[in-house]
Design a protein around this ligand. Structure first.
Ligand code: SF4
Length: 386
């Protein structure tokens, strides 16, 4: 096997039992507020394996005006709590089917001068054509970072067209990864597809299948398959390589807000941005992972009793019920409703949920009870303890 198939940094060495701080680095080191927004269940594909609750044939989107006023209210409350950098992640159903999607992105982008940083992500089946993708590139061109998780659905997508679109996004300075749920029964077939995309210079995120309660990985993986899930296909900076190939450089702006100096250690500056997640263990040693999607492959998803900043510096919005919650996994009461308003927490709160299975949730900074780590720059709840 070629080198790029395996992470040189062996994630299997991480002492998961001894960790006392977990978080996405952009959230740990920046004044970043994170929103994960499921815009509706409507999807233009109808894959045979899709869960009935995950899609709908009926257009179920809220109005563009309501989305925009909610977006403004999120920013207002986040700023009140000291966060002036934003990450919005849109999914569905198929988010590009929202009739106001490009307008929402354009309006979001226009607020850039008033922020320290703004990024956007979407999870899409990549059904829109190149003409639409050009408009997407235009609407997001000024943002600090733009990323796409492309869900590959074999029953509908043609691999060559699918990768052409993703390469087009890379050429326009957009980070791309393809999501693949590696079902044990079809593992080797899916691995072949994954290899095809990998060879095109596109990241592939290999996700293990979870059990119906979404608390642990299903049985049925061989040792070799589990190894591939745990340490295979590390994320690479393919977008940077693609730009370099056409002698271009990224012109995206840099983060200009406060930094979390209390977390820095000597390894900090040498860690490549592609390592999105950081951990600290009980001996204060730092560990890294390319992305939180890998946590479940290690059954690392239990944070009950930890102090978690979700609900304070991150929320999720889920349609069609319109609830605004701390996170997807959390059993806590909703923070509110898109039609009726919502209220963020005033500080991080203890996790009371047995398993935190969505990477959108597990990446939100959290610390073990009593651990002395700041979860964002200027975290006073940390300073008060010292
Ligand atoms: S389940 Fe919720 S409170 Fe618990 S760790 Fe995950 S995001 Fe935080």
């Amino acid at each position: 096997m070629e080198n790029t198939l395996w992470s040189k940094y062996d994630f299997r060495d991480i002492p998961f039992e001894d960790l006392e701080l977990v978080g996405q680095r952009s959230l740990l080191y920046r004044d970043l507020f994170c929103v994960s927004w499921l815009l509706g269940r409507f999807c233009n594909y109808k894959c045979s394996y899709c869960w009935p609750y995950a899609r709908s044939d009926k257009k179920d989107h809220r109005t563009t005006d309501l989305v925009l006023s909610t977006l403004a209210e999120i920013k207002r409350q986040a700023r009140e709590r000291g966060f002036n950098s934003f990450h919005f992640s849109f999914s569905g159903g198929e988010p590009t089917m929202h009739p106001g999607y490009l307008k929402i992105l354009q309006t979001y982008s226009e607020d850039l001068p008033n922020t320290n940083y703004q990024s956007v992500h979407m999870t899409s089946n990549m059904s829109p054509g190149i003409g639409w993708l050009k408009k997407y590139v235009e609407a997001t061109k000024n943002l600090h970072r733009v990323s796409v998780t492309a869900s590959y659905h074999k029953e509908f997508a043609v691999p060559e067209r699918f990768s052409e679109k993703l390469i087009f996004l890379q050429e326009n300075d957009i980070q791309v990864t393809i999501n693949m749920v590696m079902v044990p029964e079809r593992f080797e077939l899916l691995w072949k597809d994954a290899l095809y995309f990998h060879e095109q210079g596109i990241n592939v995120t290999l996700k293990p299948q979870s059990d119906p309660t979404a608390s642990k990985v299903v049985d049925g993986y061989s040792k070799d398959q589990l190894d591939r899930l745990q340490n295979g296909m590390p994320q690479m900076d393919y977008t940077k390589n693609r730009l370099a190939g056409s002698e271009k450089k990224s012109t995206r702006p840099s983060y200009s807000g406060p930094k979390n100096r209390d977390l820095y250690d000597e390894s900090h500056d040498s860690v490549p941005p592609i390592m999105q997640v950081e951990f600290k263990d009980k001996n204060k040693k730092s560990w890294y992972m390319d992305q939180a999607e890998r946590f479940n492959a290690f059954n690392f998803n239990r944070f009950q009793g930890w102090e978690c900043s979700s609900g304070y510096r991150s929320i999720i919005i889920r349609e069609p019920d319109g609830n605004i919650k701390r996170s997807y996994s959390c059993h806590d009461e909703p923070l509110g409703h898109i039609e009726k308003g919502f209220q963020l927490f005033d500080s991080p709160k203890t996790c009371s949920t047995p398993s935190c299975v969505s990477s959108a949730d597990s990446k939100i900074p959290k610390r073990k009870e009593g651990a002395q780590w700041p979860l964002w720059p200027g975290d006073e709840t940390f300073e008060r303890k010292n």
